[in-house]
Design a protein around this ligand. Structure first.
Ligand SMILES: C[S@@+](CC[C@H](N)C(=O)[O-])C[C@H]1O[C@@H](n2cnc3c(N)ncnc32)[C@H](O)[C@@H]1O
Length: 263
């Protein structure tokens, strides 16, 4: 039997950035899986699908993941390792959670490789920002309800001088809001969204450990989300979804309602 090929073979002396999906190895793409199987060295994150590492028994595996508020390998060192291993002629895979270019610093790693003259390519991954809500039964867009979604990071508090987000504008954007890394600053985020004009009763869903053992979903409102998350001691990884779709129950609502704009 021939081994199926889903993407070009890895080339020695190159780096491949692989988006690993939200955690369940079944959500890794076929191209990403093939790359992992062919790798000589894998630098992997905490939220990358760990089980898939067993598919590369001969590869050197280097954990470089960041534990929230815990120890981490500085990004500069990760960049260095990518370049060093590629220059030694190895097939290097950088395996991340979700998609490498969605809050994954994949762009920076690409730039570091390019600056060092190391060929680099990216294999897209299933981002948790979409898959997480989806696995909780939440469609980020829904006909006649909402026509878009906005994905933001909450890792810097609103009002912090390092923040480039305008939360009061986000409150008015009319799309579903998907907040990654929002656990620590959820109280201030919710206050700023309400201060910016979002109704305090706006439905909110908090999706924890999407696709992983222990996945859970908390349904609440913007006014209550901070207290409920604190009471439930919600820890990362979690995704906060704000908007009417967060309160939609697909099992018990009728999709067959026709709208005047339907064709
Ligand atoms: C540094 S960001 C990386 C995002 C990733 N690149 C992506 O596209 O999904 C990490 C954050 O993503 C979210 N996240 C990633 N995987 C998750 C999962 N399985 N369940 C819930 N949230 C997740 C959490 O908000 C977490 O704090």
């Amino acid at each position: 039997m021939t081994t199926p090929r889903y993407a070009p073979d890895l080339v020695p002396g190159t780096v491949t950035l692989v988006g690993g999906g939200p955690g369940d190895p079944g959500l890794l793409t076929l191209a990403g899986y093939q790359a992992v199987c062919q790798a000589d060295v894998i630098l992997y994150d905490r939220l990358a699908p760990q089980d898939v590492l067993d598919e590369a028994p001969g590869a050197q595996k280097i954990p470089v993941g960041k534990v929230p508020q815990g120890p981490f390998v500085p990004q500069e060192r990760i960049n260095q390792l990518l370049v060093e291993h590629a220059r030694a002629g190895r097939r290097v895979v950088r395996l991340k959670g979700g998609d490498s270019f969605v809050f994954g610093r994949g762009g920076e790693e690409w730039q570091a490789c390019a600056a060092a003259g190391v060929p680099v390519r990216v294999i897209p991954g299933v981002t948790s920002s979409v898959a997480g809500p989806e696995l909780a039964g939440i469609p980020l867009t829904h006909r006649h309800m909402v026509q878009g979604f906005t994905v933001v990071s909450g890792h810097v508090a609103p009002g912090d001088s390092r923040s480039v987000l305008d939360w009061s504008q986000l409150a008015k954007c009319g799309t579903t809001l998907v907040i990654l890394m929002g656990v620590t600053h959820i109280r201030q985020i919710a206050e700023d969204l309400i201060g910016g004009g979002l109704d305090a009763g706006t439905p909110v869903a908090v999706v924890r450990r999407a696709s992983l053992p222990g996945q859970s979903v908390m349904s609440t409102t913007l006014a209550s989300v901070a207290d409920e998350m604190a009471a439930a001691e919600v820890r990362p990884p979690a995704i906060v979804v704000v908007g009417d779709v967060a309160g939609l129950d697909l099992d018990h609502t009728d999709a067959a309602v026709r709208h005047p704009s339907d064709h």
